[in-house]
Design a protein around this ligand. Structure first.
Ligand SMILES: NC(=O)c1ccc[n+]([C@@H]2O[C@H](COP(=O)([O-])OP(=O)(O)OC[C@H]3O[C@@H](n4cnc5c(N)ncnc54)[C@H](OP(=O)(O)O)[C@@H]3O)[C@@H](O)[C@H]2O)c1
Length: 285
């Protein structure tokens, strides 16, 4: 089904999204602060809007992919939005998304927020995922168009949920990268071939360890941190050993130390019999 869709923001990501929608046969109207960035899309059949208001006027679905939420507010503040669906795929915080949802509702618009789990060249290809939250009716109305850009996963009415899960996924990624970088420093300090270590040893090991995490997730949800795998005392001693080994090898364990601090904190509370999942309790304010 062909839709009229407007895309505001033609940076690297906005251009990729608009391109995917055009390629799927949708009628796409585009606006960008720097007009020249629209030229390649106009050449492929998009319609140029001279102002954000003209772009919004053209379509029931308005996709915003701008630098940040203040720029989205700046672009849409003087634009009539009644009856429109705003899909804000700009990266932001959960609180900003909730505020944007209320702001859109006051103007008579439906609002969905999106967290893009992809880089521009992945858009419209397998492996790209966009998380959506906010109005389920608006999501369902435009789901087919959303699915053209990436797998479209709806995660709830709370507009803040998509950005929250986006940030949680990035957190998991940074933790994994921090471990990789520490391991890389250790391995290269001993002049062992890093690429061989990474593909032959580290990645299979990480996959095996990741397979434990659904069980941890259940423990965290139930609050039962008992373990038959390895308790915090063993992990405290293991961390102590790791940190000493790093220093003896002439490598700083700086990316590991925050985890050691939390393990030490939890064991100092007399909870050394628990498993690692219990560390999450130390993270709540
Ligand atoms: N690139 C990625 O890999 C990626 C992945 C996931 C999510 N995202 C998210 O997608 C969003 C866009 O990223 P991008 O990579 O496309 O960034 P980008 O290439 O830097 O583009 C930024 C866009 O925002 C516009 N903009 C900035 N400030 C503005 C303002 N005050 N008023 C109007 N327009 C303004 C720019 O307009 P001009 O062209 O006039 O400067 C441009 O269209 C960001 O929220 C980003 O976090 C990006």
């Amino acid at each position: 089904m062909t839709e009229n869709i407007s895309v505001l923001g033609l940076g690297l990501m906005g251009s990729a999204l608009a391109d995917a929608l055009l390629s799927a046969g949708h009628h796409v109207t585009v606006w960008n602060r720097t007009p020249a960035k629209a030229d390649p899309l106009i050449a492929k059949g998009a319609v140029r809007a001279a102002t954000p208001a003209e772009a919004v006027e053209a379509s029931p679905l308005v996709i915003a992919c701008l630098l940040d939420y203040p720029s989205v507010h700046e672009v849409l503040q003087d634009t009539p939005l009644a009856g429109k669906t705003v899909a804000n795929l700009t990266t932001g915080r959960p609180g900003e998304a909730r505020e944007a949802a209320s702001w859109a509702a006051e103007r008579g618009a439906d609002y969905v927020d999106g967290g893009i789990m992809a880089v521009p060249h992945m858009i419209a290809k397998p492996g790209a995922l966009i998380l959506y939250s906010g109005s389920s009716a608006a999501f369902e109305r435009h789901e087919q168009a959303f699915a053209v850009m990436a797998e479209a996963r709806y995660v709830g009415e709370d507009a803040g949920m998509a950005p929250l899960l986006d940030l949680a996924m990035l957190t998991g990624m940074y933790g994994q990268m921090a471990g990789f970088l520490e391991a890389a420093a250790m391995v290269t300090s001993a002049k062992y071939p890093l690429k061989e270590f990474t593909t032959d040893l580290l990645i299979p090991w990480l996959n095996a360890m990741a397979a434990l995490q659904p069980d941890w997730a259940e423990k965290i949800e139930t609050g039962d941190h008992s373990t038959e795998v390895s308790n915090l005392e063993i992990n405290r001693a293991g961390m102590e050993n790791l940190v000493r080994a790093f220093r003896e090898q002439g490598v700083k364990p700086d990316l590991l130390l925050p985890m050691k601090t939390v393990i030490d904190q939890r064991t100092a509370r007399g909870l050394a019999h628990e498993g690692l999942s219990g560390l999450v309790e130390e993270l709540y304010n």
